[in-house]
Design a protein around this ligand. Structure first.
Ligand code: NAD
Length: 478
């Protein structure tokens, strides 16, 4: 299964016959190979999806579609441990995180399975003698380009919603982490999805990904990844004027005010940057602290950072390795750069003894105080690096929080009810958590960015609107 592509319900070799090595980030060694899908394979997958859309899948009543999604949810839950192990080895993430990811993936298919027959249009007031209604129709064939950081979760939220809305999907997983997508594709076939409803074409971004975004047979693209590649995907989609959803990166702030319940806040603050070794688009990577409590908060977070341990996925520690060598080099570059710029490193965690030498390990690092304009205050590291920034008052906190190119998520820690609401409105981002923080959490909660973090919403019921086109029907009957 692993070296093949899932097209039209069959497992086929890439037409080129080529494969891509799969490296274990925990030791850097090749442990498998996956198919290297290219433009001709993408073309076959898009045609298969179109045939499904014009055939059994497109004709299936919404309630039956929903039942199939729920069946897939049950299959994912029943195989959750196997999927977690596949994902942990493929991405390096600690097993407990991968277990949470497989259950979240099952939950997405459960949620969207339940929603499939509850998506409907409206009747609208218009002139006498008319009946006007709207209906929600699937776009047709949707393309899904997903990254390596949470393959199962992002597959669930993106493909799950698109299928529920009646689209047929072509999924291009990341070249660094395709294994769970292939296995979930296999489970989808086992539970009875019609051939072509779900196609999985692994391959390199600039080959399979670029071919998918440029394919004239695609009606909508959901992209999750870096802003730079997001721009390329939009440019390709613009040639056919098709809609896109862009889930891009972030530099999400956590704002801690002097009146916050620090005991409650502290585990969230560390967890929000440590989860998945900081390779989370909604990682809480900036810690904005009111000057009055800065020293206290910095000290408490430092203590926690000193206890953090990094190791291979199966040691199941606080952090695993980063996904690949390039990502490690990039994150090490941020840490070295901060040191050269004279930024104080307040604390760091430790790489566990006896970790395999070839793994891509980075010790979690906590810096502060960092200036809002500095690299660590502005740029997405996508690693376990937390930057503390001091603020004097609420106005300055908002200015700093909004002062990056990104706008994905924010966390606010305060007991003051008025301030909670003021900040929830003043922060420019797609999600605000007050006295809690959910890096990636909440299947039911619409998620997405503003500014450079992207546009369109995935997750929750809202995602279904993005995966449909609204048609207005006006009937003059006298
Ligand atoms: P990436 O943009 O390099 O890759 C994402 C996907 O795009 C992969 O499947 C890749 O193969 C594909 N791709 C690469 N080049 C392509 C091209 N020319 N045309 C079409 N597809 C192409 O990102 P990454 O390195 O995998 O992930 C890290 C970045 O993704 C970070 O910036 C992070 O913030 C962002 N991210 C955002 C979210 C979100 O939901 N907002 C989630 C995860 C990751």
């Amino acid at each position: 299964m692993t070296t093949k592509l899932l097209i039209a319900g069959d497992w086929r070799e890439a037409l080129s016959g080529d494969t891509i090595p799969v490296l274990d980030p925990s030791d850097g060694a090749e442990y498998a190979r996956i198919g290297r899908g290219g433009a001709p394979d993408v073309d076959r997958a898009v045609k298969a999806a179109r045939a499904a859309q014009d055939g059994a899948w497109g004709r299936m009543p919404a309630v039956e579609r929903g039942r199939l999604l729920v069946k897939l949810s049950h299959a994912i839950a029943a195989n959750a441990e196997e999927l977690a192990r596949i994902e942990a080895r493929d991405t390096g993430k600690p097993l407990k995180q991968a277990r949470a990811d497989s259950l979240a993936c099952a939950r997405y298919f459960e949620f969207y399975g339940g929603a499939a027959d509850k998506l409907h249009g409206e009747t609208l007031p218009y002139q006498p003698g008319y009946t006007v209604m709207t209906i929600r129709e699937p776009h047709g064939v949707t393309g899904h380009i997903i990254p390596w950081n949470y393959p199962m979760q992002i597959l669930g939220r993106s493909v799950g919603a698109a299928l529920a809305a009646g689209n047929a999907c072509v999924l291009k997983p990341a070249e660094d982490a395709s294994m769970s997508s292939l296995r979930i594709g296999e489970l989808a076939m086992e539970v009875g999805f019609p051939p072509g409803a779900i196609n999985v074409v692994p391959g390199y971004g600039e080959e399979a990904g670029a071919a998918l975004s440029a394919h004239p047979g695609i009606d909508h693209i959901s992209f999750t990844g870096s802003p730079e590649v997001g721009t390329l995907v939009q440019q390709a989609a613009a040639r056919h004027n098709i809609p896109v959803t862009m889930e891009l990166g972030g530099k999400s702030p956590q704002l801690v005010f002097a009146d916050a319940n620090l005991d409650e806040a502290l585990p969230f603050i560390t967890g929000a940057i440590i989860q998945n070794a900081g390779q989370t688009c909604s990682a809480g990577s900036r810690l904005l602290v009111e000057a009055k409590v800065y020293d206290r908060v910095a000290e408490a977070v430092s203590q926690r950072f000193k206890t953090l341990r990094v190791g291979p996925w199966d040691m199941d520690l606080d952090c695993g390795p980063l996904i690949n060598k390039q990502q490690k080099t990039r994150v090490d570059g941020f840490i070295d750069g901060a040191r050269k710029d004279g930024v104080a490193k307040l604390a760091e965690g430790a790489i566990a003894p006896n970790t395999p030498p070839g793994g891509y390990y980075v010790a979690p690092s906590f810096f502060g105080p960092v200036t809002p304009e500095s690299k660590l205050g502005q740029e997405e590291v996508f690693g376990p690096v937390l930057a503390a920034i001091r603020f004097a008052d609420e106005a300055e906190a908002v200015r700093i929080a909004n002062g990056t190119a990104y706008g994905l998520v924010a966390g606010v820690w305060t007991q003051n009810g008025g301030r909670q609401l003021r900040l929830a409105r003043a922060l420019r981002c797609g999600q605000v958590f007050v006295n809690n923080y959910g890096a990636g959490g909440g299947v039911e909660l619409p998620f997405g960015g503003v500014k450079r973090s992207g546009f369109g919403r995935e997750k929750g019921f809202e995602a279904l609107y993005g995966f449909t086109a609204l048609k207005t029907i006006a009937i003059k009957h006298g």
